[in-house]
Design a protein around this ligand. Structure first.
Ligand SMILES: Nc1nc2c(ncn2[C@@H]2O[C@H](COP(=O)(O)OP(=O)(O)OP(=O)(O)O)[C@@H](O)[C@H]2O)c(=O)[nH]1
Length: 530
């Protein structure tokens, strides 16, 4: 098959397969390592975020618990002193300034009238308030942590209160602190400290799906619906999850509940940020393993070449089976492994047989199958050769006398035997360069290169005598007639030389057969004019 038409070159195929399998191995090894590491990193990050959210939830609980304790302590101090304006004023200042837990502190009596407030700048002392925090505190007469709401002064806040009872258990009012959600507050410090710079953030949502804390201040107070994660938080669920946030960023999320308020604390980190160290690590791995991988590929290419080379050379040999040098080329192929060795042996055997057959076919093409002498093709080839070499030659045109009688008397097969016998006679008298041929039924020609008329006549005469003297089985003795002409002595045209030879043969027949007649131009002319 032609190399160019061949669908795949073996060397390229081996090379391609080796490289592809090498790549597949390397890439899948990398991919497997990357996937495992990635999964581990995601799990670790999710777990971290959950721990983080849980810790913040507990810290928030602790903060609120501590805030309530402060108010409880103050409520005990204030019991029986609600009429003491200066005590009330100094107590609200103490609570606010000493602990820094509240943005504002106020004392309210049972009629909802504000008895004292810190800071004074709020200017609500003496006012009766009907905010959700005040009303809930009055109604419950128990410690309260309100849901977020907007205060009279327009601040989004939560309201933490503790009831004040007299010595004999009468409800007198409450002391309360507010924590602003949109302005700086203790809660902000608590949650904001943990804010990551890599896109990680936390947010807190209350039971009404309202954002209590969010790094984006504009969203504070916003009620978030249609958020599966917040749905879970509202149901009291805790755990970890991979979600896509409102900005379409994939987030690794941990979420936990602050028990005192039921608030959900969500800590989340962008997947990309969590995996960034892994990407760096894999980059390093790639850089470090690259030389080994390149070396591997060089070895693969070299091996592929080494393996395919003998096969390539054998394939080349197969493409040129007919050429004479092919056998030698195949011999030279270095078949260093078993399969190539066997292939080489088989090909050498094949080439040997092929060349043998070709040789035989060529010979057969130029041979008369009955007698083994040359045929008309070999005669033409010999003439071409003499012409090329500018060689003189003589032509003996030979015909068996009365051959028809032989056939008629003894049968065609015996006639064939006679032809074979005559062929043997011809072969015996021929030298190496002479060309004996059978050109018709019982017509033979011998070309005698470098032989002139006199010698040709002697050879023909000797042949004639030998044939005449030899007994052929079944048939007995036969005779032959021979006509002789020479090139270029008798004609410069080869065709004419043969014609003269034929004429001489028929002349021998006419003159009684069993004769040798030599063409003589002058005499031929004379005969022609007579
Ligand atoms: N056995 C056999 N006979 C052949 C073959 N080719 C031709 N012949 C016979 O050779 C004979 C030739 O006879 P003719 O050319 O008529 O003449 P002849 O009998 O040889 O007589 P002259 O040539 O005149 O001496 C014919 O009978 C052909 O059938 C062959 O291959 N085998």
């Amino acid at each position: 098959m032609d190399k160019n038409n061949c669908s795949v070159d073996l060397r390229k195929l081996i090379l391609m397969l080796s490289i592809v399998s090498g790549l597949v191995i390397v890439v899948s090894a990398f991919y497997a390592a990357y996937s495992v590491q990635r999964q581990q990193l995601i799990q670790a990050s999710l777990a971290n975020n959950y721990v983080y959210a849980d810790k913040l939830a507990k810290t928030t609980d602790d903060f609120l618990g501590s805030a309530q304790q402060q108010l409880m302590f103050s409520a005990a101090v204030l019991s029986g002193k609600l009429n003491d304006k200066s005590t009330l004023a100094s107590e609200v200042d103490r609570i606010r300034l000493q602990t820094d837990s509240f943005n504002s502190v106020l004392i309210v009596d049972v009629t909802t009238e504000v008895l004292a407030t810190s800071p004074e700048a709020l200017q609500i002392t003496g006012l009766k308030l009907s905010t959700p925090g005040v009303l809930e505190s009055i109604r419950q007469r128990a410690p309260v942590i309100s849901n977020p709401y907007v205060s009279t002064a327009g601040n989004l806040l939560i309201f933490i209160s503790h009831p004040i009872f007299s010595g004999n258990g009468d409800y007198l009012g409450f002391v309360a602190g507010t924590v602003y959600l949109k302005k700086k507050s203790a809660l902000h410090r608590l949650l904001g400290e943990h804010y990551h710079k890599d896109g990680s953030y936390i947010y807190v949502v209350d039971q009404n799906r309202r954002l209590i804390y969010h790094p984006n201040a504009a969203r504070l107070g916003e009620t978030v619906d249609n958020n599966p994660l917040i749905d879970r938080l509202v149901q009291g669920d805790e755990g970890e999850s991979i979600i896509v946030n409102s900005e379409g960023v994939e987030m690794l999320t941990g979420f936990a509940i602050a028990r005192k308020t039921g608030w959900g604390v969500v800590a989340q980190r962008p997947m990309r940020a969590a995996l960034a160290p892994l990407d760096n690590l894999m980059q390093q791995v790639v850089y470090k393993t690259l030389p080994a991988v390149i070396l591997c590929f060089v070895v693969i290419v070299w091996s592929a070449k080494k393996i395919s080379m003998p096969l390539r050379m054998l394939a080349d040999g197969a493409q040129r089976m007919n050429d004479d040098g092919t056998e030698k080329n195949i011999q030279n192929v270095k078949s260093w492994y078993f399969e190539a060795q066997e292939l080489k042996k088989a090909m050498l055997l094949g080439v040997g047989l092929l060349h043998g057959n070709i040789r035989k076919l060529r010979e057969d093409l130029h041979k008369d199958p009955l007698t083994g002498l040359g045929n008309r093709r070999s005669l033409d080839a010999a003439l071409q050769k003499f012409k090329n070499l500018q060689m003189d030659f003589s032509v003996l045109s030979i015909d068996i006398d009365y051959f028809k009688t032989v056939n008629d008397t003894h049968g065609h097969d015996v006639g064939d035997t006679v032809l074979q016998h005559l062929a043997q006679f011809l072969s015996h008298i021929c030298r190496v360069d002479d060309v004996p041929c059978r050109v018709g039924g019982e017509e033979f020609i011998i070309l005698l290169p470098g032989t002139h008329k006199v010698d040709a006549a002697k050879i023909a005469e000797r042949l004639r005598q030998n044939v005449e003297a030899t007994e052929i089985p079944v048939v007995g003795k036969i005779t032959i007639s021979v006509g002789i002409s020479c090139y270029p002595e008798d004609a410069r045209d080869v065709f004419a030389v043969f014609k003269h030879g034929d004429e001489m043969l028929y002349q021998a027949k006419r003159h009684g057969r069993n004769r040798v007649e030599v063409f003589r131009p002058a005499r031929a002319d004379a005969e022609a004019s007579a």
